[in-house]
Each structure stands twice: as C-alpha cells, then as structure tokens.
Design a protein. Structure first.
Length: 78
C-alpha cells in the first residue's frame, strides 16, 4: 500500500496593507471654490474619469470619451 501524503500547513499568512484610494487628487481648490474633475455620466458623481492621452475613461463601466484631434494638436503646441 502507498503511504498517505499529508498536506504541509504553512501557518497564518502575514497581513498586507491594501493601497488607499487617491480620490483626493481629483479635487482642486480654485480661489474659494472646490472644483471636481469630470465624473462618469453613466455611473454618476463620485466615479471619476481617467485622463490618458486624449481619452477619458471610466474603469467601472468602461465608458470612453475621445478628444478631437484638433484639440490635442493645440494642446501640444502650448
């Protein structure tokens, strides 16, 4: 008969801290007013759009907005 192989128990796993959200980067103070970056039209306020190379993108519902090529060229010249 073959011997039974016991599973090795390695013990308790160490605690790992989860990365914190960086939503505070989406708010800016302009004078006395608080200004928010663009929010997702599908998900509503509180879900911000990522700004990446002429494209706004929602990571939750995968909504995308593309900037026109004329706007991108004028921003590059500045």
């Amino acid at each position: 008969m073959a011997k039974k192989v016991k599973a090795n128990k390695k013990g308790k796993k160490p605690h790992k801290n989860n990365p914190t959200s960086k939503k505070y980067t989406k708010y800016k103070m302009v004078g006395d007013k608080l200004v928010r970056d663009k929010c997702c039209p599908r998900c509503g306020p509180g879900i911000f759009l990522m700004d990446n190379k002429g494209r706004l993108y929602c990571g939750k519902c995968h909504y995308s907005e593309f900037e026109s090529k004329n706007d991108v060229k004028t921003e590059a010249k500045k």
